[in-house]
Design a protein around this ligand. Structure first.
Ligand code: GDP
Ligand code: MG
Length: 291
């Protein structure tokens, strides 16, 4: 049997979280069209007849400003070492040139690395060859695998390549285990995803979600969560006219949480202003965003 830890590295928005979900066959990680949606390490455990892989979805690597974003990038960079295999995900449409910052870290740490060219549904097939050529000359990749995470193209091939490059080892988790992330963190992530999908400009970036109570009753899980924003004006936008926005966030998040936890959910959301929370190390510690 094979076993290993596999992390996803790459620029923001290239589809790391979408690919993570596709490889697992479950929606665990949150996804949005906006960069920097993922703020923390999320584990996903895949167990097949070939063995077990623990995937680490990660924030994107970028030149970060601010305390929170700097922590996010450190979390991502740390995951280039101490793993058995890394997947460097690039965007077929946007990464025709190599990102020097990421390549610099890769060349320094030399992880066993598969290059995944994602979003091939967006390009003409003949654009792929010059890309493969360019990247393969820049680093000694174990393999280069073109995929489409959203169209689920070549995902089986990628899974096979991953197992092929892992060593023999005993599974660390049970067959039913899907993640090490606590349920309340998954819940807050689902709420945060809806905010990233439904709001604009600075709003999603100024928002955090914290589950305050999580009560399992016989036929229902009752959850009370706070949505933190940085300013009063942002609170108004999250609530929306007559509470329309917060109701929409709640309804969509509840559906995803019900699918994920396989239970009926009662979800109550309250918006609170926490000035400048993104710059406060202690608040970031509470949210689990620790480098
Ligand atoms: P991350 O920041 O790298 O984790 O990226 P996400 O997984 O959040 O995805 C960013 C955006 O790219 C989302 O709008 C996804 O739907 C989109 N996306 C991801 N994979 C693909 C793909 O294979 N094809 C296309 N067309 N879009 C994709
Ligand atoms: Mg992500």
């Amino acid at each position: 049997m094979k076993f290993g830890f596999v992390s996803f590295i790459g620029r923001p928005n290239v589809g790391k979280s979408t690919l993570f979900n596709a490889l697992l066959g479950t929606k665990l990680a949150i996804v949005s069209p906006k960069p920097q949606t993922t703020r923390n390490r999320i584990s996903g455990i895949l167990t097949t007849k070939e063995g077990q892989v623990v995937f680490w979805d990660l924030p994107g690597i970028h030149k970060a400003l601010g305390v929170m974003n700097k922590r996010m990038v450190s979390i991502a960079l740390n995951a280039i070492s101490n793993i058995n295999l890394a997947l460097w995900v690039i965007d077929a449409e946007k990464d025709a040139r190599i990102d020097d910052f990421i390549m610099g870290h890769i060349k320094h740490k030399k992880p066993p690395l598969i290059l995944v060219i994602n979003k091939i549904d967006l390009i003409a097939k003949d654009k792929l060859f010059p890309m493969v050529d360019l990247y393969s000359k820049a680093y000694d990749f174990l393999e280069i695998v073109p995929v489409s995470a959203t169209k689920e193209e070549n995902i089986d091939d990628l899974r096979q390549s991953i197992f092929k490059h892992l060593s023999e080892g005993e599974a660390m988790f049970g067959e039913e285990d899907l993640t090490e992330v606590p349920e309340r963190v998954l819940v807050s992530e689902m709420v945060r995803e809806k905010i990233f999908q439904l709001t604009h400009q600075e709003i999603p970036y100024s928002t955090a979600v914290q589950v305050i109570t999580f009560e399992e009753k016989p036929k229902l899980i009752s959850i009370y969560a706070e949505i933190w924003v940085e300013k009063n004006t942002q609170k108004g936008i999250i609530i929306g006219k007559g509470g329309e926005m917060i109701r929409k966030i709640g309804t969509l998040a509840r559906r995803d949480i019900e699918d994920l936890l396989g239970s009926k959910i009662y979800l109550e959301l309250i918006v609170k202003v926490k000035e400048n929370w993104r710059e406060k190390p202690a608040v970031l510690d509470t949210l689990g965003i620790r480098a």
